[in-house]
Write a protein that binds this ligand. Structure first.
Ligand SMILES: *Cc1c(COP(=O)(O)O)cnc(C)c1O
Length: 685
């Protein structure tokens, strides 16, 4: 289904005639078209189009909102006592669109005409995910009006299918009329579809005959699917994707790579307009949904001021303001902010600072770093050194520095004869044994508090984090909390450390910090650590580290708006009932024969698939069961990415309960499809 939204550069341009012409040409080409005129005031365009195009839809389906007075719709409808809502328009549209292959939607006046309150035509175009056709007059003044409309549409991320000129008068054509289409084409780079000629009669035969050679329907209909094919070919030719076996990627298999082109709220859309629920927050980053107005505006406003300036030797406004904000929301006791641009670097910075702190302050033997089994802290060599997932880290063993690994139990697989959660606390005992013996050589402990994400959403019972933090305090070992995944509301609190009242010596944040807009990271630390670097320059105790894009003003401006939204929209408060809903909604999955464990903390969920529930025997990794389930979910309109045999759900915090329901339903169906088939095969029938 494709939707074209026909807007004028002004009112009285000949928009309805353009609708009629397009309608006839599309019908002639064999397309089943529908017409939608959401709001109408004054003249009866909807009646005219219904009759002219012989449409069988009821008039009130074509035009749900109507007022007699020839005023701007918001005014006319208000005076007529008609209540218009964006939701109502959307519902009426979905109803009629279900019957047609191509929808032509007619606006009223131009793109910035109000419909109701602050809701403008442009907002409706975005909500309907429509492609825009701009109808412009032929004569004097059109260049200015057309360019203004094109600029505004582009600014709002609306795809423009083309510009259509309308000869509404049929009068003699001067130089302006003859040259304007070409001038506009050159100035704005948008395809010009042609000119709707002056129509003396509006019967089908006349319209088709007089418009056929005037309007280029091939250009109009070429659109997104050809774009997509071209893009996929270029992708396969030039791009190398992360964590991807490119041999599989470039193979010609059905279900070609998806090329994402747009996002709105909880949805991602490919270039052809297909919608998918974003079940992983675009790899764990999206917070308030895609194309969030406040974040868009913050970014645009900052681009008008300054895109980048260095933090080496200079400072910048958004970076300063953000530092204050971050300290304001972080666990009490953190006092300083060091910026970088991704999660791995935020951890490396903490590792280097924790090491150098002891070097600077005279306890040089404290130089080892402890990390946990199953840990993940990023992909650069420093962060791989403290990684505990052999699948990712084994190949690089010879390149990385030596660390001490502390065994951390996986709650789902307690050893025989041991009970969970009690046995999980054995890790705390092991840590104390280690510290007693070697604390004088240990600089820091790095961990992902409460949820070990990349390991497959392994979650710790209440109390472990606190106990580890207390041991660090007792033996003077610095605690690095990597909240790259858990930060910014993921677990139901702003930071996971808050669940157990822990203030680490270093707090590493990235992923959600800009609401999922731009790469930015920060390492927060205490006054004590900061003071450990204050020496005369000649002592060489400066923190010698910095990235080119450190403290980028665009990213910091968006991060500020992101934090403001948490407060303004009471995000954490509104999440709580949705967390409970998600928990209830996941319960029936527990009965599935292949679901071994369902783990949830806030909006972080792991569903572990196993071959045999009694023995907890995992599927062999070569079977790619997790990947197959996630691939299958696309057929149900959901994007997911697994971690081995664990299906991960990481919805944006703004995802609504009905959308969460859709998400879980898609997972249920996908597991049934993939594993039902498997069971049939293994049983031999
Ligand atoms: C994603 C992640 C990282 C790495 O972040 P990048 O921005 O990908 O470098 C580090 N730690 C944790 C806990 C993560 O989830």
């Amino acid at each position: 289904m494709r939707t074209f939204f026909i807007t004028g550069t002004d009112t009285g341009i000949g928009k309805t005639y353009a609708m009629l012409a397009l309608g006839h040409l599309l019908q002639q080409a064999g397309h089943n078209i529908g017409v939608f005129k959401p709001v109408q005031s004054g003249v009866g365009d909807a009646e005219f189009l219904k009759a002219g195009l012989a449409l069988t839809d009821a008039l009130r389906e074509i035009n749900p909102y109507f007022a007699k007075e020839p005023l701007s719709p918001h005014l006319a409808l208000k005076r007529a006592g008609v209540l218009v809502t964006p939701h109502g328009i959307r519902r009426a549209f979905d109803h009629i669109a279900a019957r047609h292959e191509i929808m032509l939607v007619e606006g009223a006046g131009g793109l910035l005409v109000p419909i109701e309150g602050e809701y403008l035509m442009a907002d409706l175009v975005r909500d309907l995910d429509a492609e825009l056709i701009i109808v412009a007059r032929l004569g004097l003044g059109t260049i200015n009006h057309t360019l203004l409309t094109v600029r505004e549409a582009s600014r709002q991320g609306i795809r423009i299918a083309g510009i259509l000129f309308a000869d509404a008068t049929g009068s003699h054509k001067g130089l302006a009329e003859k040259t304007n289409p070409d001038a506009v084409r050159k100035l704005c780079g948008v395809p010009v579809l042609g000119t709707v000629p002056f129509l003396k009669r509006t019967d089908a035969l006349t319209v088709r005959r007089s418009c056929r050679r005037q309007i280029d329907m091939d250009v109009l209909l070429a659109g997104p699917s050809e774009d997509t094919r071209r893009l996929i070919a270029l992708d396969k030719k030039y791009v190398w994707h992360p964590f991807t076996q490119m041999k599989d990627w470039v193979a010609d298999i059905p279900g070609e790579p998806l090329v994402i082109d747009r996002g709105r709220g909880s949805y991602l859309m490919d270039a052809a307009g297909q919608k998918y629920l974003d079940g992983t927050s675009s790899l764990w980053v999206t917070v308030h949904g895609h194309a969030k107005r406040e974040l868009d505006d913050a970014l645009k406003a900052q681009t008008d001021k300054l895109a980048h300036s260095t933090m080496l030797g200079l400072s910048n406004t958004p970076a300063i303001e953000l530092a204050e904000k971050l300290i304001g929301i972080a666990p009490r006791g953190l006092a300083k902010v060091f910026y970088s641009d991704n999660g791995s670097t935020s951890v490396e910075i903490a590792l280097k600072m924790s090491y150098q702190y002891w070097q600077n302050t005279g306890r040089r033997k404290k130089s080892s770093i402890v990390h946990l089994s199953n840990s993940y802290h990023g992909d650069t060599l420093g962060s791989v050194s403290v990684g505990g997932i052999s699948l990712f880290h084994e190949v690089y063993r010879k390149l990385i520095f030596k660390t001490i690994q502390l065994d951390m139990p996986d709650g789902y697989r307690a050893p025989h004869g041991k009970t969970y959660p009690a046995y999980a606390f054995e890790a705390v005992d092991r840590f104390e044994v280690l510290l007693k013996k070697r604390h004088h050589e240990i600089a820091s402990l790095v961990l992902e508090p409460i949820v070990q994400g990349a390991a497959g959403m392994i979650m710790w019972p209440q109390g472990i984090l606190k106990a580890l933090a207390q041991l660090c305090r007792k033996y003077d070992v610095l605690l690095i909390a990597d909240e790259v995944a858990t930060g910014f509301g993921r677990t139901g609190k702003m930071f996971a450390c808050e669940h157990e009242n822990v203030t680490p010596d270093f707090l590493c944040v990235a992923k959600g910090i800009t609401g999922g807009y731009l790469p930015l990271a920060a390492t927060l630390t205490t006054q004590r650590i900061y003071d450990g670097f204050l020496f005369p320059y000649r002592d060489m105790k400066t923190f010698f580290h910095g990235h080119t894009y450190t403290g980028n003003p665009l990213a910091c401006a968006v991060a500020l708006a992101n934090i403001d939204l948490f407060k303004k929209e009471r995000v954490l408060e509104k999440m709580q009932p949705k967390i409970a809903f998600l928990k209830r909604r996941l319960e029936p999955l527990q009965d599935n024969l292949f679901v071994g464990d369902i783990r949830q903390r806030g909006f972080m969920v792991g569903i572990e698939l196993v071959e045999d529930r009694a023995s907890k025997k995992p599927f062999a990794w070569q079977e790619r069961v997790g990947a197959m389930v996630c691939e299958r979910a696309r057929a149900y309109g959901v994007i997911l990415r697994p971690l081995g045999n664990v299906i991960v759900l990481m919805p944006p915090l703004s995802m609504s309960a009905p959308e969460l329901d859709m998400l879980v339903t898609a997972v249920e169906k996908s597991i049934a499809d993939v594993l039902g088939e498997k069971r049939r095969l293994s049983c031999g029938y």
